[in-house]
Design a protein around this ligand. Structure first.
Ligand code: DHB
Length: 304
């Protein structure tokens, strides 16, 4: 039996449900174009882009733990105009390119969205209102009414699908997803990293120069999975599951919880892009063993 791994996300057609998450290998447009050509890659996402260039924080910006990473890069990016110039030079994309972006207020968010959406290589946008440690970002993403306002304004300025990347650092994750959906978002990405920190016991001070960072990797997975499950129960909107996926069974779990596609982050940083092929093969074998022809059939199946 040959199984079908293709999924549809809003108006995008993905060869597989496996997406490169934002922040992983996504600062170079050329690298993203290369990754988009890998057979088992469904879509690729850029590092979050803002209106103006940002240096990010000085080192140390990442701590490796037995159960994941805590990273605090500080949203380094070249700014939207330079990033689009880089995209011009990057060559073609063989799977959809999702542009992650942020702004410090609603007008700025809409301005960045308008500029990014004009580029023909960009298939969809992902609004980052959930970076856990750069001030001014989660402050928007924690408030359903502000997220609704941002989504409505962005949707007026662009004619491409808009996803909202949600924060797990609020008890209102379902309410924020609902607000995004009602304001016209085409999907949500659940979830961004959990706000976290590490302290050096010799120096008696926080290790990360930004003090706080975002926890990703295996420790995040059950939290992210719970968020996807809760959103699927309550809100009728496509979900990209994201958080600590490291095996094909994690992909299956996210899809059973209600994700239409799954984004990979820490595992790619750890093991490289070969993981896409590994997970796609595992997913196919799982479906074959279960006698399921299309991966689309398992989306939300655990809610019966
Ligand atoms: C950064 C941004 C994020 O959205 C995140 O989850 C973790 C880190 C950053 O650029 O520092």
């Amino acid at each position: 039996m040959t199984v079908d791994l293709r999924v549809k996300l809003s108006d995008m057609h993905l060869k597989t449900p496996l997406i490169l998450a934002s922040g992983i290998l996504g600062l170079s447009a050329r690298m993203l174009a290369e990754i988009s050509k890998i057979e088992s890659v469904g879509a690729v996402t850029t590092k979050s882009i803002g209106l103006k260039p940002r240096d990010g924080y000085p080192n140390p910006t990442i701590v490796v733990l037995p159960y994941g990473f805590i990273n605090s890069m500080g949203l380094p990016n070249p700014g939207v105009e330079s990033f689009l110039a880089e995209l011009d030079e990057a060559g073609s994309f063989d799977s959809p390119l999702i542009a992650s972006f942020y702004g410090y207020n609603i007008d700025e968010i809409a301005e960045v969205a308008k500029i990014i959406a004009r580029h023909q290589a960009v298939s969809a946008l992902e609004l980052n209102v959930s970076c856990p440690h750069v001030s001014g970002i989660s402050e928007i993403g924690f408030k359903p009414e502000l997220v609704a306002e941002a989504v409505a304004k962005v949707k007026k300025c662009i004619d491409k699908p808009l996803f909202v990347k949600l924060s797990p650092n609020t008890h209102l994750v379902v309410e924020v997803a609902r607000a995004a959906a009602e304001a016209g978002a085409d999907g949500v990405t659940a979830v961004n990293t959990v706000k976290a920190m590490v302290i050096d016991t010799e120096l008696c001070r926080p290790i990360l120069s930004g003090v706080y960072g975002g926890l990703s990797g295996p420790a995040l997975k059950p939290i992210a999975l719970r968020c996807v499950y809760e959103i699927y129960e309550e809100v009728d909107i496509p979900i990209i599951g994201c958080g600590g996926v490291s095996s094909y069974l994690d992909v299956v779990e996210f899809m059973l919880a209600g994700a239409s596609a799954v984004a990979l982050g820490s595992i790619i940083a750890l093991k490289g892009v070969e993981v896409f092929g590994e997970l796609a093969r595992g997913l196919s074998k799982y479906l074959e063993r279960k006698g399921i022809r299309s991966v689309r059939e398992i989306v939300g199946l655990s809610h019966r």
